[in-house]
Design a protein around this ligand. Structure first.
Ligand code: UGY
Ligand code: MN
Length: 248
């Protein structure tokens, strides 16, 4: 059934809401039996790229030149780095430094959130190494002492990392305690539940499956609605000076 041109998706100067009805699949270099829904990239001014890789059983992703973060939303994959094979099930994740040759193989039909970013080196810290883990192994902290808002930081609190990826779980009715406005940009995938996202001067109903990009200083606030918790995976640039490479 056609929808007479209606969608919740919205593209604005400093934010983007993409709902699954508007997703368009494409092939990226090195993909086999897989396709990508590219959510955001430098074409819109973002300093990172994020896409959902949809892999058939035996589907494959090749290495990336940039550093890469993988989070398994559905299914199971094998991450092959040299002779080592790492099994990642649902909620498994990996950080891959720049130029580390690797392959991603799907053991079954899988959906993987992929974030890629060129590394911004620091003179005072060595670039991070390969990290493979599962969200289930990470402990949470509460945000602003609200027991109904739990955050898991999937990457270590270490200045060598120039970005962070967290999961946030809101009990029904929980919300951010303030409207945030900050230099960092965000890429966000709604994993579970639903709620209302304020982005700039608009309030959007959002649900599992949606993607949001928030540019620098985009006013942002979220409140969870419904009878089950809302959960999202959120990227932000982190640990670097706003002028970028200080040597330039
Ligand atoms: O980490 C963050 O900036 C996070 N609290 N932002 C958000 O959820 N929109
Ligand atoms: Mn934020």
């Amino acid at each position: 059934m056609h929808n007479l041109g209606q969608t919740r998706s919205s593209g604005q100067r400093n934010h983007l809401l993409l709902t699954p009805d508007t997703f368009v699949r494409t092939a990226l270099p090195g993909m086999k039996n897989a396709s990508a829904v590219v959510h955001i990239g430098p074409a819109l001014g973002a300093a990172f790229a994020e896409y959902t890789a949809e892999l058939e059983p035996q589907g494959e992703l090749a290495s990336a030149a940039a550093q890469r973060f993988l989070y398994v939303m559905e299914g199971a994959i094998v991450l092959q780095v040299g002779k080592k094979r790492h099994d990642l099930g649902m909620r498994g994740y990996a950080y891959l430094p720049e130029k580390l040759p690797h392959r991603v193989l799907a053991k079954e039909k899988s959906r993987v959130a992929v974030i890629e970013k060129r590394y911004q080196p620091l003179e005072t810290a060595k670039p991070p190494r390969l990290l493979v883990s599962s969200e289930d192994a990470v402990s949470f902290h509460t945000l602003d002492d609200d027991p109904d808002l739990q955050v898991k930081c999937l990457l270590p609190d270490d200045p060598s990392f120039d970005f962070a990826v967290n999961t946030m779980v809101y009990q029904p009715g929980a919300s951010l305690s303030m409207v945030e406005m900050h230099v960092m940009e965000h890429g966000l995938i709604m994993l579970e539940g639903s709620g209302i996202y304020r982005l700039s001067d608009s309030w959007y109903p959002v649900a599992a499956g949606d993607f949001i990009w928030m540019g620098p200083w985009c006013p942002q606030w979220f409140g969870a609605l419904g009878k089950v918790p809302a959960k999202y995976l959120i990227y932000k640039d982190w640990n670097r000076h706003p002028l970028g490479d200080a040597k330039k």
